[in-house]
Design a protein. Sequence first.
Length: 179
Amino acid sequence: MHKLIPLLALGLAAPAQAQDLKQELTICAGLKSKSERVACFEAISRSANAPATAAAPAVTPAPAAPAVPAPAAVPAPAAPAPASAEFGREKVTPPARPAKSAQPARPSRVQAQVASVSQFMPDRWRITLTDGATWQFSEPVPSYRPPSSRDTVEILRGALGSYLLDFDHQTPVRITRIQ
């Protein structure tokens, strides 16, 4: 370590004239190690903040000894977390659910009347209901008898957000809403 650090720590950088202070700061700035620079600047700061006395005490330089590393800097108080820090937290800690009576009831099935039916691919049908909703088969279904206009169909909620079309006691068909 640089030999000046122990000298500065002993008080040689006591309140001095502006020229001396400038020299001391220049020496500290020239040190290569970050910890040496910080210790040097802190020593100057401590001596500058010390109360002035009538006569500065005479200090004899101590023999060069291994310098004690500067204490770890105390971290500044943390700034408030930005709004983005809360984003996605619901995946970690789900919010408290309101009482069941406060939740709107989601029907598990709906009955509707068919307005029109068209085939858009082999064994795949597009169905428009009287309320304007349009659904189509998600996969081809050979030998399925599609509904016709004015038939009533039932749309059921399936697993993982899917929907099923139930018509005329046939096996329910996976459908997707497109409009």
